[in-house]
Design a protein around this ligand. Structure first.
Ligand SMILES: *Cc1c(COP(=O)(O)O)cnc(C)c1O
Length: 427
């Protein structure tokens, strides 16, 4: 039998850092061997050694029905049998675009791409093309994929012009990127092409928008003639049928979709009002393209997934999440562990500390406690998998049930007992 250890040694020899996306390595939780997934089924993943984990990673939110939903598998299998890529339009692309536009109020056209990175990168290009301006404003702690212009750091407590957040990103590539703190409406000059924001921030742990923040942004953008981009790669089709914009009843100018919308396949998209989207090639002057864009296997899986997501599903998912959050918070309190468990519908995060977290500074304070690695590892040992990084959130799926909830809380109760004494009392 293959072991995790053996695969990890082989992976380290042929892949940089052993992984194809850095968040999958265990470096943020003290290093070591990750579990290699042999298969997933509903709420569970099974590693190559046959261990079962209740899975709250769910592909960082790409999976909402749970793993290998039979209807999605069937749709993908059938589509693959008809041929997996053509370089000509296919019916699935039309159907998926119609479905997205029907769900997301105000979104009249979409362009399908293959990753959230592409969606955000292209939305920004479109905004720059439409406005004829260069500056882009983003919020510290939000993630918009790894395109150069959006891979900017800074924004510690105040607005700063971006500095490259990675080696290899030219200073010139982020020279027009302004990084500002989340949950505060920035002053916008008339040189701003776009403000891009996660309407519910979920890449610095979970940080819901403060009352008035998104409405304030909407107003500021309109006033400055800048486009507002909601990056709904996580929230789209996860927090509600129409995503976060329908929840908060605010329409951005452009939306980015990914993760859930792909039904577990490499598919994402961006959309908006017709007159904006028609500026894209071939109709307009803003170039954007992709060999595998709107891939027929991916659109089939996406359509099958969305067809299973109705209002009842979101209510059920939020109910599970609410009970999980209440359970975690109650157990932490009893154990004397200072824990924040923010929730936004079906999204759930954990922070260490006594104060609710409002921005990246707060998220960093939580991470600096050093309590996340033992939490993650403790849970994993007990058969509960959460993403191996302090800035990730938990993703319950529609496949998680009563028994999973109890097992998760039992596992957490044991881990919390060990963590509480290790916590520094807050000043
Ligand atoms: C995951 C994510 C992205 C990037 O998507 P990829 O498919 O990983 O390229 C962009 N924005 C947000 C909000 C995300 O969570």
């Amino acid at each position: 039998m293959t072991t995790n250890e053996e695969l990890w040694e082989r992976a380290l020899r042929v892949s940089p850092g052993g992984v194809n996306s850095p968040v999958r390595a265990f470096r943020a939780v003290g290093g070591g061997t990750p579990y290699f997934v042999a298969r997933g089924e509903g709420a569970y993943v099974f590693d190559v050694e046959g261990r079962r984990y209740i899975d709250y990673v769910q592909s960082y939110g790409a999976s909402i029905l749970g793993h290998a939903h039979p209807k999605v598998v069937e749709a993908a299998r059938k589509a693959a049998g008809r041929g997996s890529t053509f370089g000509a339009p296919t019916p699935g692309e039309v159907e998926l675009a119609e479905e997205i536009c029907a769900r997301v109020e105000g979104c009249q056209e979409v362009r399908l791409v293959s990753s959230g990175t592409e969606a955000a990168m292209s939305a920004v290009r479109l905004a720059r093309g439409v406005t004829g301006r260069d500056r882009v404003v983003l919020f510290a702690g939000c993630y918009h994929g790894h395109s150069d212009a959006l891979l900017a750091g800074g924004g510690s407590g105040m607005a700063t012009l971006g500095v490259p957040a990675s080696a290899g990103v030219a200073r010139s590539a982020v020279a027009d990127t302004l990084v500002v703190p989340y949950n505060r409406v920035p002053d916008l000059g008339n040189d701003v092409a776009a403000v891009i924001v996660e309407p519910i921030a979920a890449n610095m742990g979970l940080v819901p928008p403060a009352p008035g923040f998104l409405a304030g942004l909407r107003e500021a953008c309109t006033k400055a003639g800048a486009l507002l981009i909601f990056d709904e790669v996580i929230t789209g089709f996860r927090v509600a049928r129409g995503g976060a914009s329908t929840l908060v009843r605010l329409q951005p100018d452009l939306w980015c979709f990914g993760k859930v919308v792909g039904g577990g396949f490499p598919l994402a998209g961006f959309g908006g009002r017709r007159e904006l989207m028609e500026q894209l090639a071939p109709a307009g002057a803003v170039y954007q393209a992709g060999t595998l864009s709107g891939n027929p296997v991916a659109t089939a899986a996406a359509l099958a997934t969305l067809s299973l997501l109705d209002d009842g599903g979101y209510t059920a998912l939020s109910a599970y999440t609410g009970r999980l959050a209440a359970g975690l918070a109650g157990i932490a309190r009893e154990a004397g562990l200072e824990l924040q468990v923010p929730v936004a519908g079906p999204l759930l995060g954990v922070f260490f500390g006594t104060e609710p977290v409002l921005d990246y500074e707060g998220a960093r304070r939580s991470a600096a406690t050093g309590l996340f690695p033992p939490l993650m590892r403790g849970l994993l040992e007990k058969g509960v998998a959460i993403a191996p990084g302090p800035y990730e959130i938990l993703f319950p799926s529609l496949a998680h049930g009563e028994q999973d909830l109890h097992e998760t809380l039992d596992a957490f109760a044991e881990v919390a007992k060990k963590l509480a004494p290790a916590q520094e009392p807050s000043a």
